[in-house]
Design a protein around this ligand. Structure first.
Ligand SMILES: O=P(O)(O)OC[C@H]1O[C@H](O[C@H]2O[C@H](CO)[C@@H](O)[C@H](O)[C@H]2O)[C@H](O)[C@@H](O)[C@@H]1O
Ligand SMILES: O=c1ccn([C@@H]2O[C@H](COP(=O)(O)OP(=O)(O)O)[C@@H](O)[C@H]2O)c(=O)[nH]1
Length: 462
């Protein structure tokens, strides 16, 4: 077995259970099982450039190699090109793109820095797997340094249609960098199709039905490899007794109340304001629901130095305050809004204790929370997943109640349907959903991608 070297901007802290962000969670779940090297940013920002060698640390089966960034890198590459240009662009939010030439300079500089650090630890028969939009030029940088190993890329976020991508300067360069990888993995067939349209419209290339693209003498594979979770360990966490959660649950049961849960980074892509409006609409349209249900929304702080993220926080705080001001009673608070990070084992218990999982992003690469909610349910009395049709997870999780996150009335009606769904229907849906998350779990995701990278296999079972 070749040594697997994974590279991503963020590296999970493998000694802790609280992680914000699905990339860290999904990769940690997969990599622990296979073992290998994980290289990335250590989360530190320095005033000046430091040592070029990565810092090495072994945790179980995984060797972590990390490097710091300078304050300038952090601002131009991470906050700038990655999260003020590519993130909104790839989530179809052209209105929020803030393009600056210095951002692009920083992006190229940090990718070169990653390439320098990586070449110092690479071995000849390694296979290299690079993750996400922060590192699109990394294969090209590595090739310039003489790297001949197979290099794969996985995009955790959506890939937009060519009409959107073409709005950003240097879009052709970006796609050409992408095509320097040997295998390009997407979360959904929609994303894969969008790359196909781009290469056909802008580069005059063809993507074959099996995802192969010929570029001169080279062949690149573009495929759909939906990320999954470590289902067994999430089930185990959900079933583990949690005193704090169970006291709350018993109180709700005595009062005959239900709980809807939402868990997201506080990101404008997650559709949080309309989610809160949909909950308020539920209370308006169905007054009998008042005092029988509450929404718990956990919103984890993220990228707070980017302007659009400050606005969404202010908006959400105002909305939850307004809904509580309008509907609350002395013994019932309709919205519990938590601005913070919750450990995954506590989340698992909260999911199990909630009758509805409410996941309504405007656009999302996958959304692991949707899969975790399913994993956490009991088969005897499961809750119902209400899921946006614009989450990557909706391409797989057909038995969820699929909603349009821009349509507040549609979401309110589906919330009511979920809260009143008969037990038999809930069980049937849960059985089918659980089978789906087991079929495409974390191990399967890694194996399918690595098979393509090592052997050029393009097949992925639907
Ligand atoms: O690293 P941050 O800037 O704090 O952001 C956290 C991560 O957010 C994004 O996650 C995506 O990956 C998930 C797993 O594949 C997927 O389910 C989700 O839909 C995506 O949004 C981002 O892509 C990561 O790079 C970030 O680390
Ligand atoms: O307080 C929190 C909030 C989120 N998460 C985890 O962060 C991940 C979020 O991944 P997802 O794919 O849903 O979205 P992303 O944040 O990557 O866009 C999930 O595994 C959550 O369980 C967590 O551990 N604690």
């Amino acid at each position: 077995m070749n040594r697997l070297v994974v590279v991503s901007n963020r590296v999970a802290d493998l000694t802790r259970t609280a992680q914000s962000g699905g990339l860290a969670v999904g990769l940690a779940d997969s990599l622990r099982q296979r073992g290998g090297v994980w290289m990335g940013w250590d989360g530190q920002t320095l005033k000046y450039e430091d040592q070029p060698e990565p810092r090495i640390r072994k945790i179980g089966t995984v060797t972590q190699a990390t490097i710091p960034l300078t304050e300038q890198d952090y601002s131009e590459y991470y906050l700038g090109f990655a999260n003020s240009v590519l993130w909104p662009l790839f989530h179809y939010r052209l209105d929020l793109v803030e393009y600056k030439t210095v951002f692009l300079d920083g992006y190229r500089r940090v990718n070169a820095k990653f390439a320098d650090a990586l070449t110092s630890i690479l071995q000849q028969d390694d296979i290299i797997w690079i993750h996400d939009y922060h590192l699109i030029p990394l294969a090209a940088e590595l090739r310039q340094r003489g790297c001949t190993q197979r290099i794969g890329f996985f995009l955790h976020i959506p890939f937009p249609p060519p009409e959107i991508l073409a709005a950003v300067p240097r879009h052709r360069w970006l796609v050409e960098c992408l095509l320097e990888f040997d295998v390009i993995g997407f979360q959904t067939h929609t994303d894969q199709g969008n790359l196909q349209h781009y290469v056909e419209d802008h580069l005059g290339c063809r993507m074959e039905a099996d995802g192969r693209i010929k570029i001169g003498k080279r062949e690149v594979i573009a495929g759909c490899y939906p990320i999954g979770i470590d289902v067994d360990s999430f089930v185990e966490m959900a079933e583990r007794p949690n005193d704090e959660v169970s006291i709350e649950t018993q109180r709700r049961e005595i009062l005959g109340r239900k709980q809807i849960i939402g868990v997201d980074r506080l990101d404008y892509t997650k559709g949080l304001p309309d989610r809160l409006r949909a909950f308020a609409r539920l209370l308006e349209l169905y007054p009998e629901m008042r005092k029988t249900v509450a929404l718990m929304q956990i919103a984890t702080p993220t990228r707070e130095e980017v302007g659009a993220y400050v606005e969404i926080r202010t908006e959400l705080e105002a909305l939850s305050g307004a809904i509580n001001g309008r509907f609350a009673d002395f013994n019932w608070t309709p919205v519990r809004y938590i601005h913070g990070i919750v450990p995954r084992d506590a989340l698992a218990a909260l999911f199990r204790a909630s009758q509805v999982g409410f996941v309504t992003p405007l656009r999302d690469g996958m959304n692991l929370v949707a899969k975790e909610y399913v994993a956490a349910q009991s088969s005897e009395n499961p809750g119902v997943l209400v899921l946006s049709k614009f989450a990557g997870a909706a391409e797989e999780l057909h038995e969820a109640l699929i909603v349009n996150p821009y349509d507040v009335d549609d979401m309110a009606r589906n919330l009511c349907h979920a809260l009143t769904m008969p037990l038999e229907e809930r069980k049937e849906r849960q059985k089918a959903l659980f089978a789906r998350i087991c079929k495409h779990d974390a191990k399967d995701w890694l194996n399918a991608f690595i098979a393509a990278l090592e052997k050029g296999e393009t097949k992925y079972a639907a």
